[in-house]
Design a protein around this ligand. Structure first.
Ligand code: GDP
Length: 367
């Protein structure tokens, strides 16, 4: 599965949000068999109405969503890169996640102390990002020392690596997270930063603006400023009220709907968070459907049919013959797979076919 780390300064609402996530995970675990239960990990279903619609139309006995993992990463404070607070512990956790959700406090509350003395989400975002940048710089400089020596004695590979390192260092020294210079750096350098150096600022990031209930319908000044700032640097913002999320999860379905309606919301903020994480990682969903089970699966955009089959079973990838495919948009017009087949709407695709979001797929394979 894919994972998203939750970071942020102390007292911004991380635990409140993470509790809502784990409560949701627990509630869902009653329906789905669950593996990993660690205190700092919450695995939640990716909300997708299409899954339930297909299952209903196909009269499936079982419905299985696809999941996203959230990891509570505590300990990021000003000076963390130099060992303040929990020091470097958090770094190991960030290295393990695929994306980062940075919680930013946008709510005012005299009773909740702000570690920096005032509410200012842009400043907070910059504090956290500077810590990550500082850590990346340290990693790059260590590597540079070695590679420079090798390059000096004429090692050709080292010279190539040196160039990459210097390009990365240049971005970091300008206090810019690498992900924001993705295009300038190019895919090869980004891959190197990610796969060889395990840098932190190369991970996609979103801001989670934690607001008061009132700001859900009419944004306060802090939120407005943050949204404008984030737009300028290309970071997506998910607006939630962590406190409300915590209240929602404690309610029964009907009461929950009532409360959401009272705030003019169509769904819990948690759904938005999961979906944004999905988007951030360039993930799409395909489905397998039938009477026994309708199930959602996650793949990276651009994944080809055999590799998508491999998500289900390695035998299916090895023995891949073809994929029978219909997209949800077309499926919903006829309302059943049997009918779609009858009408010749199910296409047969080969090994080079790229799975599209919403594809309903049946894989043919040799055993
Ligand atoms: P963490 O240190 O980032 O994990 O922050 P917590 O989740 O422990 O929250 C710190 C304090 O802020 C707690 O007293 C929460 O009840 C409060 N808090 C969290 N979210 C909200 C919110 O949306 N509105 C208000 N008013 N208080 C909140």
């Amino acid at each position: 599965g894919y994972s998203c780390g939750i970071v942020g300064l102390p007292n911004v609402g991380k635990s409140t949000l993470f509790n809502a996530i784990t409560q949701t995970a627990k509630a869902q675990a009653a329906n789905y068999p669950f593996c990993t239960i660690e205190p700092n990990v919450g695995v939640v279903a990716v909300p997708d109405e299409r899954l339930y619609t297909i299952a209903k139309l196909e009269r499936s006995q079982k419905i299985t969503p696809t999941f996203m993992e959230f990891v509570d990463i505590a300990g990021l404070v000003r000076g963390a890169s130099k060992g303040e607070g929990l020091g470097n512990q958090f770094l190991a956790h960030i290295r393990e996640v695929d994306a980062i959700a940075q919680v930013l406090r946008c709510f005012k509350d005299e009773d909740v102390v702000h570690v920096e003395g005032s509410v200012d989400p842009i400043r907070d975002a910059q504090i956290v990002e500077l810590e990550l940048i500082a850590k990346d710089l340290e990693t790059v400089e260590k590597r540079l020392e070695k590679v420079e020596k090798m390059a000096r004695i004429g090692d050709k590979k080292a010279k190539e690596e040196l160039e990459k390192l210097l390009a990365i260092k240049d971005v970091l020294e300008n206090m810019v997270p690498l992900i924001r210079k993705y295009r300038d750096l190019g895919q090869e350098v980004v891959d190197y930063a990610r796969k060889n150096l395990f840098l932190l600022t190369v991970k996609p990031m979103m801001y989670v603006a934690n607001v008061d209930e009132e700001s859900l319908s009419s944004p306060n000044e802090h939120l407005k400023r943050l949204i404008e700032y984030a737009r300028g640097i290309g970071v997506p913002v998910v607006v939630i009220c962590a406190k409300l999320e915590a209240e929602l999860i404690a309610l029964e379905e009907e009461e929950r709907k009532e409360l959401l309606k009272a705030y003019g919301l169509e769904e819990p903020g948690l759904n938005k968070l999961v979906r944004e994480g999905y988007k951030l990682l360039d993930l799409i969903t395909f489905f397998t459907a039938g009477e026994k089970e309708t199930r959602a699966w996650t793949v990276k955009k651009g994944t080809k049919a055999p590799q998508a089959a491999g998500k289900i079973h390695s035998d299916m990838e090895r023995g891949f013959i073809a994929a029978e495919v219909i997209n949800y948009e077309d499926y919903i017009k006829v309302g059943s797979l049997a009918k779609a087949k009858e009408m010749g709407l199910v296409r047969l695709e080969g090994k080079d076919y790229q799975i599209q979001d919403g594809d309903i797929v049946y894989f043919r394979f040799n055993v």
